[in-house]
Design a protein around this ligand. Structure first.
Ligand SMILES: C[S@@+](CC[C@H](N)C(=O)[O-])C[C@H]1O[C@@H](n2cnc3c(N)ncnc32)[C@H](O)[C@@H]1O
Length: 300
């Protein structure tokens, strides 16, 4: 639930929420109801700077939509989806599952297919299918950029709900411009007054799997939070609106840099009170409280 001060003007008509077929670690699906109230739908350009599985960008309306992520394997899949008709995509996925005899319970078939992907194929749609059968659907790579996520025994498969999610997702991403760049090198020249930049980076106070070791990418640190704050300040002076998702309190630790930054610049903190990552942070014991927020430079 969003701590909105009971302002009913937050309520929007467009209440349909689409789920991405990625089940991406750190995805914002569970807080989309709140995010749809926070993120304006009226911008010319909407930029999802750390798009992950695209749960946010596919649920927002804008004149033009841009989605970026450092994980170029992910962006290659998204671009591959765009390059195919829905029927071609579904036929290709079904063909891969049949050819490699993938099931929820056959670990050997999964590992055989993973070897094939790592050693010779590197095909984006094959990587998507591999992810569908893997543990917690994680995008994990070793330093040589080989996919190294284990089998999602008895849990993961290209299920009928994933298929349904993919069918709407394919339509929803058709007009998104995808880039794969470190946020530091993103081309901010495309962003102009009135546009929205949504930033959902890894949280330095908690550990998503992209932050738990580098997983083939460069990891995330407090220094990155500081770089991001500077970029958002610069955008703000250009009249760009931003919304930043983050955790500012976790297990007794406070993200002082974010708190001070908000105070210094008069930005807004909106609390999102949901049970995130299975942590019960409604508990009275402060040690276990996780305060997840959205920081904005505009008022709702
Ligand atoms: C919290 S997840 C985003 C989840 C996304 N909002 C969703 O709903 O699925 C953070 C993302 O930031 C990406 N990332 C990490 N470091 C990055 C960097 N330096 N530049 C751009 N993206 C980065 C990760 O690959 C990951 O996909």
């Amino acid at each position: 639930m969003l701590d909105s001060g009971n302002n009913s003007s937050f309520l929007r008509k467009d209440s349909i929420i689409y789920k991405s077929p990625f089940n991406y670690i750190g995805n914002k699906f569970r807080m989309l109801k709140d995010l749809k109230l926070i993120l304006p739908n009226d911008s010319d350009n909407f930029i999802d700077l750390f798009c992950g599985g695209c749960d946010v960008v596919t649920n927002i309306n804008a004149g033009h939509k841009f989605a970026n992520d450092i994980n170029y394997h992910l962006i290659e899949i998204l671009k591959a989806f765009q390059s195919m008709t829905l029927q071609e995509l579904l036929d290709k996925i079904d063909g891969i599952i049949i050819r490699w005899k993938l099931t929820k319970t056959d670990k050997a078939a999964y590992e055989n297919f993973r070897n094939h992907y790592n050693n010779s194929s590197r095909d984006a749609i094959e990587l998507f299918v591999l992810m569908c059968y893997s543990f917690n659907y994680q995008f994990r790579f070793n330093a040589a950029h080989e996919y190294n996520n284990p089998f999602g025994n008895n849990r993961s498969c290209f299920s009928s709900s994933m298929r349904q999610n993919l069918i709407s997702f394919h339509r929803l991403i058709s007009d998104i411009i995808f880039t794969s760049s470190d946020f530091i090198n993103f081309d901010y020249d495309i962003v102009k007054e009135g546009d929205i930049v949504y930033a959902d980076p890894p949280y330095s106070l908690t550990c998503g799997s992209y932050n738990d070791g580098k997983r083939g990418f460069r990891g995330w640190s407090l220094l990155d939070d500081q770089r991001l704050m500077r970029i958002l300040d610069t955008l703000s002076t250009k009249g760009v609106r931003f919304a930043l998702s983050n955790v500012i309190e976790h297990k007794g630790e406070t993200h002082l840099a974010f708190n001070n930054w908000v105070q210094r610049n008069g930005y807004n903190i909106i609390d999102i009170n949901i049970d995130y990552n299975n942590c019960n942070y409604q508990t009275r014991n402060k040690q276990f409280i996780t305060r997840e927020v959205v920081i904005t430079n505009y008022t709702l």
